[in-house]
Design a protein around this ligand. Sequence first.
Ligand SMILES: [Zn+2]
Length: 62
Amino acid sequence: MARSTRKRLPRCPICGAVTVREHHPFCSSRCADLDLANWFGEVYRVPAAEQDDSAAPSEEDS
Ligand SMILES: [Zn+2]
C-alpha cells in the first residue's frame, strides 16, 4: 500500500514554479538572477537611508 503518491517538489521562491536541479533552489537561472538582484537592491537601499545629519555638532558654546 502506498502511503501517498504525492511528490513534494521544491518550488521556486520567486515564481513558485517547480525547481530544476540545475538551478536549485530556483526554477531557472532567470529567477536565480532575479533573487540576487532583489538581494542587492535591499543591500543598496539600507545605507542610503542612513544619511542623516543627526551626528553633526551644530551647538557650540564658546
Ligand atoms: Zn522561478
